[in-house]
Design a protein. Structure first.
Lengths: 695, 695
C-alpha cells in the first residue's frame, strides 16, 4: 500500500553523481566579485521601506543571473543590523515613550492634560465617573463579606509574621484604601497574606529575635516593608515588570506548595499550644522540636478547640466549593469560629486550664510609624535585600491574582501601573504601622464570588476593619490562639495546586524539576533557598535549550521546495549525496560550536557506510553538506572559527559546504569576520536554492 | 528608476478585504476532526525511515484536500519527539559507545584487540612504528632548543608558584615523559606555565603561608596537583571535554591578558630585589606595596642586571619574530642570560653588594612525594576546588595550544584523549614532586619553529632537564633572581593579544564585555573572580540572546513563496491586511512570553494607524496575524498560556491568529497542552501556506 506521497519523485533524483563542480564554484566566484562592487550601494537608509534603490550594476546582476543568484545577492548584502547601542536605545525609548508623550501633552494642554495624567495615576477618577448605586450595593456586600474573612485572617497572619495581632488589622486598613485609588484590578483583595508573612518572619528573625526584642524586630519589619514598597514602585516606574516574570510559573507553583506546608507546620505551635518553638522553618527542625515538645508540655484543650473548628472550617470550605450559592459560608465561617470559640473560652474560663488566648489587642486606628523606620542600623543592606525578595514575591502573587481575574472578565491589567500602586501602598503602609501587603489569592476569590464590581469593595472592607480596630478589639481578649492557627490552616489547601503540578509534569519534565526543586528547597532548607533553586533551575533550563548541541536531518516535502526535519515529518525525502543539516541551537557559540562541528563531521563520516547513499554514488560520502542556519539567532567568534574549521575539514575530504538562510545578526557577523571571502561565500537564501545551485 | 523586483505583484494583491472567514474556519474544523481519527495510526516506530505507512483514512484526507490541508495534517500529527529520558540515554550511549565497542572487540579478538586498545591509550605505539632516524634528528634539535628555554623558565615559574626552584625542573621531567607516551599532539611542549603557577600561588597562599610554612605549602600544592590531574583524567574518561569550551574564547583572551599583567607585577619583586611583598595579586595592592618598598629598601644592582638582560631578551625576541631563520636565538637567549649573569655575579661577588641570588638548588632527580599528599587536612574541600579550577585552566591552555598547531598541520586532536593524557601526567607528577603542568604557549611555538616531528622532542627535553638536575644544579648557585624575573617578563607579551581583543570588539560587543570583564576582574580583584566574571558574562550573553523578547516583521520575496525579515531584506514585500511576525527568541518561556505577547498586541494596535494598511482595508487593523514559529526551539507552560491569551485577545478585536512551521518539541507541547483543540488549530507548515489558506 503505497501512500500518495511516494508517487512524487524528488526533484533531485539520482543525478547527484553528475555534478559539474567547478562550474558551480566558478559561477559563485563570478557573482561574488560582482556583489562586492554593489556592496556599498545597496544599503537603503530606512530599513522599513519596501522599495529599494539600486544602481545599474545591481540591475545588471539581477538581469543577467537567475533567481538563485539574485537571492544570493540579497543574502550577502543586507543592510547593517542595529548595533548593541541602537537596540538598547530602542528598548529604553520604547519603554519610556509613553511617559514622555504624556508629559508633552501636559505641556500643550495643561488642564485636560493634568486630568488625563491624574486619571492614569488614579484610575478611580476614571471608573468613578460611571459608578452607580447598584454597583455600590454589590460592592458593599462583597466588602462586608471580605471584612468578615479578613479580620480573623489578618490577626492570624500577623502572628505568623511574629508581630502583635493589631499589625495585621492595621495592614488591612491603609494599603487597601490606597490601592483602591491607584490600582487597576477590580477583584483583588489587598491585605496581609500567608506567604509574605512567612517570608518576613523567617528572614528577619535571623537578624533580630522577635520574642527577646519585639520592638527592634517590629522596626525591622516596617523598614523591610518600606524597602519592598520602594522596589515595587521603582519596578513600575522603570517598567521593569518583566522581572517578575523571571519567577517561572512552575517555580511559583512549587514555591507556594512548599510555603503552604511550612506555614502549616508553623501553625502546629498554636494548635498544640506549645511555648517553645524553633526559629527555623525547614521541616526537619520543626518536626524535631514538635516531637520533643509533645512529650513535655502541650495542652490538649488547645488541640481540641483548634481541630474541631478546623474541621468546621474545612467542611464549610468544601460545601462552598460544591454549592456555589453558599459561597458566603466559607467566607464568614472564620468569623463565626472566632466568635463561637471566644464565647466558649469566656464562659468556661478555659484560659485558666491551659488554653492560650490572644489577650490584649491594642485598639485604635493605625498609629504613625515614621520614626520606627531605621536606615542606620548595621543590618541595612541585609534589610534592603529582604525587601527586594519580599517585593518580588508580593508582586508575583498580586499580579498573578490580578491577571487571572482580569483575563476571566476580559479586561486589561497594566503590570507596571499595578507595581506602582502596590509599591506606593506599601511605602505609605510602612509609615502607618502596616507590614508588607499584597493581593490575597483566597480573599480575592471570595471578593469575586461575592460579586464585587470595583475596588470600592476594598474601601468598604478597610472601613469595616478600621471600625473594628476602633471599637471591637476588646472583644477579642478571650479568642484562643488555636483558632487563629486553624483559620490559617484552613486557607492553605488553596496554595497547594497538585493538579497544576501534574500538568507541568505532563508537558515539561524540566519545568517540573524547577517546581519540585522549589518545593523541596522551601521544605528542607529555607524559603530563600527554595526560591533561589527554582530561579536557577528555570534559567539553567533556558540555557540548556539555547545551547543544546543538537543537529537534525532535513528532507524535502514531496513536490515542494519546503524542507522539514525527517524525524518530525517522516514523509520528508532526503536527497542522495546531499546531507541537509539544521542546527538545533539558537546560538553557535563558545559553549556548543565545537560540539556541533564534531557532530556534523561524525554524521558525514557515518554516511560513508550508509547504504542509501552508496546507491547513487561511486563513494557514499555526501558531496554537499547544506547547513540550514534559520534557527541561529546569533553567532560568536568561537562559532565563526568552528564554521571555518568545518569548511576546511569538509573540503579536505571533497565535500562542499553550503549555508542557507542566515539571520540578520549571523550574516552580519560572518561578513565582519570576513568569513564569506575566506571560504568562497556559498550562502543561499533557502535550502532549496542551495540544492538547486548544486544539482 | 524602478528596480526589477518591483515589477512583480505580490500574489496577495488587494483582495484581503474579501475574506470568507467562516468558510476558512469551517474547513479547518472539518479537517481537524479527520485528523484526530488518524492521530493514532500515523506514528511510525522508526523515526529515521523515509517511507511512511498510513491507513485509508489518511489517504482519504490527502486525496480529498489540497496540498495545504495535507501539509497541515503533517504539521499536526508528527510522531512523538524523544522525551527527556531518551535524549539523556542517547547522549550517554553516544558518549560511551566507543568505549563499549572497544571492549567488545577486545573480548572477540583478544590479541589484536589488546594491541589496538593499547594503541588508543598510548599513541606512541602507533606513530613509533613509522619513526625514522631523520625524524629523530629533527626532534633531537627541537628537544635541545626546548630544554635550553625550559630550564630557566621552569625555575622562574617555580618561584612564581612560591616553590623552591627545583620543583620547576622536576615538573619538566616526569610530565613531558608521560605525555609523550599518551598524548596526541606533536608540537605541544609540556611543563610548568606562567598562568597555572600564578593560579596555584594566588589561591593556595590563602590557606597556608609559603614563607612561614614552606613544607605545608608544598604539600598543599602537590595535593592540588593530584586533584587537578584526577579531574582532568575524569573529564577525559567521562567525555566531558565540552566543559572546557565553557570558557569562551573572548573570556580566555581577557583572562590571559589580565594574568600576564598580574604576573608582570609579581616579577617587580625580583626585579627590584624587594624583600617584603604582598600575598594579594590585584594591581592596587601590588602597586601600593611596591611604592612603599621603593622608598625603603631596594637594590639598584638587581634592577640594573634584571633590566639590561630583559632588554637583551626582548631584542632577541623581536629579532626572532622578524627573521624566521634565527628562531633559535630567542629560544636560547634565556639560557645565555642565565650563564652570563651567573658568571658576572660569581666574578664580581655582587651578591655581597645586595644582588639576590638563587643559592642552593637541591640536585638529583625527582624524589617520591606520595607521602606528601594530604587528604585529611581541614582544607581538603578547598584544595579540591582549587584543583578543579587549575584543571580547567590548564586544560583550556593545553587544548588551545594543541588544537591551533594541529589545525595548522592538518591533523586531528582528540580532546578527550588529551584530557586523559594530561590528567594522568599530573597524577603521576603529583607523586614525583611535580606541580601542575600543562602545554605552554611560548615553548610549543619554539618547538614548532625548531621543526619537531613528534612528542619525541618532549622526551629529549625531559632527559636533558633530568641530566641538568643530576649534574648542573650547583652551577646555578650564583644566578641572580632578577634574571628569573626578566625571563618571565620577556615571555609575557605572548599572553597579551591586543589584536584578537580588537577583533572581538569588532565582531561582537558583548563578547568584548566578557573579555574586558575577565581582564579587569583578574587585574583588580583576583584571578578566580576574573574567571567567574568572564564565565558569568559569557552565559548571561547566551541567556540574553536566547530569551531576547524580540519579534520581527516578515515580507514575501517578490515572485517566491519565501519570506524574510523586512529589515534584513528591504526587497521583501508585506501583504496588506496581514501581519507576519517571527519570534526572535529560541524559547517562548516564563522569562519572555509575556513581553512578546504584549509586543505583538502593540504592533497589531499600531497597524491601525498605519497608512499603508488602511489603503486596501475598510479598517486598518490587520485581519490576520501569522506567527512564524520556526525559530522557537521549545516552549514552556508560561509560553503556551501566553499564546492562548494572545489568541483570545486578537479574536476579541476580530483578528485571526495563524501559526506556521512549529518545531517538533513545540508542536508536541502544544498538543499535550491541548492548545490545538482549544483554539481551533490554525497551524500551518509554512507562512506561505498560512497566507494562501486565508486569501
Amino acid at each position: 500500500m503505497a501512500p500518495a506521497v511516494l508517487g512524487i519523485t524528488p526533484p533531485s533524483g539520482d543525478s547527484a553523481a553528475n555534478i559539474n563542480n567547478s562550474h558551480f564554484a566558478g559561477e559563485t566566484e563570478l557573482s561574488k566579485s560582482k556583489f562586492s562592487q554593489t556592496l556599498q550601494t545597496s544599503m537603503p537608509s530606512s530599513a522599513h521601506q519596501t522599495q529599494i534603490v539600486t544602481d545599474e550594476t545591481t540591475i545588471d546582476v539581477l538581469e543577467n543571473n537567475g533567481p538563485a543568484q539574485r537571492a544570493q545577492h540579497w543574502v550577502l548584502n543586507p543592510p547593517r543590523p542595529p548595533g548593541l547601542w541602537d537596540e538598547l536605545k530602542n528598548t529604553v525609548s520604547g519603554t519610556f515613550l509613553s511617559h514622555g508623550e504624556k508629559f508633552k501633552s501636559l505641556v500643550k494642554q495643561p488642564v485636560s492634560g493634568t486630568i488625563s495624567m491624574l486619571g492614569t495615576l488614579f484610575p478611580i477618577l476614571v471608573w468613578g465617573r460611571d459608578y452607580t448605586v447598584a454597583k455600590f450595593k454589590r460592592d458593599l456586600m462583597a466588602g462586608l463579606t471580605l471584612a468578615s474573612l479578613c479580620i480573623p485572617q489578618s490577626i492570624g497572619y500577623a502572628t505568623l509574621a511574629k508581630l502583635d495581632p493589631q499589625y495585621g488589622l492595621y495592614t488591612s486598613v491603609v494599603p487597601p484604601l490606597i490601592y483602591a485609588f491607584m490600582g487597576t484590578s477590580r477583584e483583588i483583595a489587598i491585605g496581609p497574606v500567608a506567604v509574605v508573612s512567612l517570608l518576613l518572619s523567617s528572614m528577619i528573625q535571623k537578624l533580630e529575635d522577635p520574642e527577646a526584642n519585639p520592638v527592634a524586630y517590629t522596626r525591622l519589619v516596617l523598614t523591610v516593608t518600606f524597602f519592598a514598597g520602594l522596589f515595587q514602585a521603582a519596578f513600575g516606574f522603570l517598567r521593569l515588570g518583566f522581572l517578575v516574570d523571571f519567577l517561572s510559573h512552575a517555580a511559583i507553583v512549587g514555591f507556594m506548595g512548599g510555603a503552604a506546608v511550612v506555614i502549616g507546620l508553623q501553625q502546629l505551635k498554636g494548635l498544640l499550644g506549645l511555648t517553645h518553638f524553633t526559629v527555623k522553618t525547614d521541616v526537619v527542625s520543626v518536626l524535631e522540636v514538635i516531637f520533643k515538645s509533645v512529650h513535655n508540655s502541650w495542652s490538649p484543650y488547645n488541640f481540641i478547640i483548634g481541630s474541631s473548628f478546623l474541621t468546621f472550617l474545612l467542611i464549610t470550605r468544601f460545601m462552598g466549593k460544591r454549592y456555589k450559592k453558599i459561597f458566603w459560608l466559607p467566607a464568614i465561617a472564620p468569623l463565626i469560629s472566632v466568635i463561637l470559640s471566644t464565647l466558649i473560652v469566656f464562659l468556661t474560663r478555659a484560659d485558666e486550664h491551659g488554653v492560650k488566648i490572644v489577650k490584649h489587642i491594642k485598639g485604635g486606628l493605625n498609629p504613625s510609624s515614621i520614626h520606627q523606620l531605621q536606615f542606620d542600623s548595621p543590618h541595612t543592606s541585609e534589610v534592603a535585600k529582604i525587601g527586594l525578595i519580599v517585593a518580588v514575591i508580593a508582586l508575583a502573587e498580586a499580579i498573578a491574582v490580578g491577571r487571572s481575574f482580569a483575563s476571566f472578565k476580559g479586561y486589561h491589567i497594566d503590570g507596571n501601573k499595578e507595581m506602582v500602586a502596590i509599591g506606593f501602598m506599601n511605602i505609605v503602609g510602612s509609615l502607618t504601622s502596616c507590614y508588607a501587603a499584597t493581593g490575597s489569592f483566597s480573599r480575592s476569590a471570595v471578593n469575586f464570588s461575592a460579586g464585587c464590581e470595583s475596588a470600592m469593595s476594598n474601601i468598604v472592607m478597610a472601613i469595616t476593619v478600621a471600625l473594628s480596630l476602633e471599637f471591637f478589639t476588646r472583644l477579642l481578649y478571650y479568642t484562643p490562639t488555636a483558632i487563629l492557627a486553624s483559620i490559617i490552616l484552613s486557607a492553605l489547601p488553596g496554595l497547594i495546586d497538585l493538579n497544576e503540578a501534574y500538568n507541568i509534569w505532563k508537558v515539561d519534565k524540566l519545568d517540573f524539576l524547577a517546581c519540585i526543586g522549589a518545593f523541596l528547597g522551601v521544605l528542607f532548607v529555607s524559603v530563600e533557598i527554595g526560591l533561589l533553586v527554582a530561579v536557577m533551575i528555570s534559567f539553567a533550563k533556558v540555557l540548556l535549550n539555547a545551547i543544546q548541541p543538537g543537529i537534525e536531518d532535513l528532507g524535502r516535502f514531496p513536490g515542494t521546495d519546503v524542507f522539514g526535519q525527517v524525524n518530525q515529518y517522516p514523509m520528508a525525502i532526503k536527497t542522495p549525496g546531499i546531507l541537509t543539516i539544521r542546527i538545533k541551537s539558537a546560538l553557535l557559540c563558545f559553549a556548543n560550536s565545537n560540539f556541533i562541528k564534531e557532530r556534523i563531521l561524525k554524521w558525514v563520516d557515518e554516511k560513508e557506510d550508509d547504504e542509501e547513499c552508496t546507491k547513487g554514488n561511486a563513494k557514499g560520502r555526501p558531496k554537499l553538506v547544506i547547513l540550514d542556519m534559520s534557527s541561529l539567532m546569533n553567532i560568536d567568534t568561537s562559532g565563526i572559527s568552528s564554521l571555518e574549521e568545518l569548511h576546511k575539514k569538509l573540503m579536505l575530504h571533497g565535500t562542499e559546504l553550503a549555508m542557507a538562510n542566515p539571520r540578520w545578526q549571523v550574516i552580519d557577523k560572518l561578513r565582519l569576520a570576513n568569513f564569506v571571502n575566506k571560504t568562497g561565500g556559498r550562502i543561499f537564501l533557502t535550502v532549496g536554492e542551495a540544492m538547486d545551485a548544486y544539482l
